[in-house]
Write a protein that binds this ligand. Sequence first.
Ligand code: SF4
Length: 400
Amino acid sequence: MTEPTILPPAASPTGSLPEAEARAHLLDPDGDLTGWLAVRGHPAWRSRAILRWALARRAASFEAMTDQPAALRRDLAAAFTIRSATVAVHDRAEDGTEKLLLALADGQRIECVLLRGGGDPAAGDDDGESRAERITACISSQVGCAMGCVFCASGIDGVVRNLTAGEILEQLVHLTALLPADERISHVVVMGMGEPLANLDRLLVALERTQDRDGFGISPRRITISTVGLPAALDRLSAARPGYHLAVSLHAADDALRTRLVPVNRSIGLDAVMAAADRYWEASGRRLTFEYVLLGGVNDAAEDARALVRLLGGRAALVNVIPYNAVAGMPWQEPSAASRERFLTVLREAGVNVQVRRRKGHRINAACGQLRRAAAQANQPSTVTNTSTAPRMPPSQTIQ
Ligand code: SF4
């Protein structure tokens, strides 16, 4: 079995923000804030205070950290950056969904989305909280994606590089800045651009910091990692951090069709994916979610549903069915209402726990990769805010 090459972050990023490049990212462990402070004779507790300012207290600059000495704030500003990315596009939908296209320090662009409310069970546990009260951040893990799912805009141009831990975490900083002071992100789903398990080491560092009480304070039970299923990386995740919710994107229940839709499956195979998912379930005790984008005339027949029932084999998992949302220029069709109902009926009559994922933000290119491509085609040079009537987009990892 072979798995895709894992790309490191850009070693020497070059591009649009040369000033930011000269400084370390405050949110990246490579920046070693604690070590930097110790060398200058500052106590370790200042590190927590500074990170609390940057994350929980939403400081956009060191100057705003008013309980820290002025000279230290000046030195910090010379050595570190809090936000290495800038907002290139800010898009809003009528349902409250907001999407950001972020320009990274090397000029690459990634997407992240803020979703309000929602019925997506893949977004982790309720912990007694109403779904209507949820505020979910959907974040990216890579620039582009190597998995090549045929209905996804993120994979069209392949993968460029992995994000750093700081760049992953910084998406939460930008999304939090969209919220009023009395609201905060309650759930995180790593369902944006990229395959999270292909950048696992940096993702784990970022998600560890996501839980920090001096930062965002988000329980691992409210964090979901979505993957096509890379067995070796899944096993490392099982060993390292079994507390996260796992969503495995299937999209087909036999290898021939899945390889057509998710080309990386050719070198992995469904048996290996399911076995690794089972091992994660054993290690974590967390119920698995399987995602299935329903494409009209491709994978939405009754026989496809029966094959899915056989594949699941009685697992106590949740199946998240995502009806495809047709996009101009893409060859895929939405499933008809009849085929969708037939598909769901087969699953339900077989006792499968199934849910249809609601579509949110579908008028703002809220599926991963869509806004990035649209912006690239329009060659948008600066910050744009839309209350959008943008074209509809594919459903790859939409809607939480
Ligand atoms: S759906 Fe996910 S894994 Fe597939 S190409 Fe898009 S970003 Fe990559």
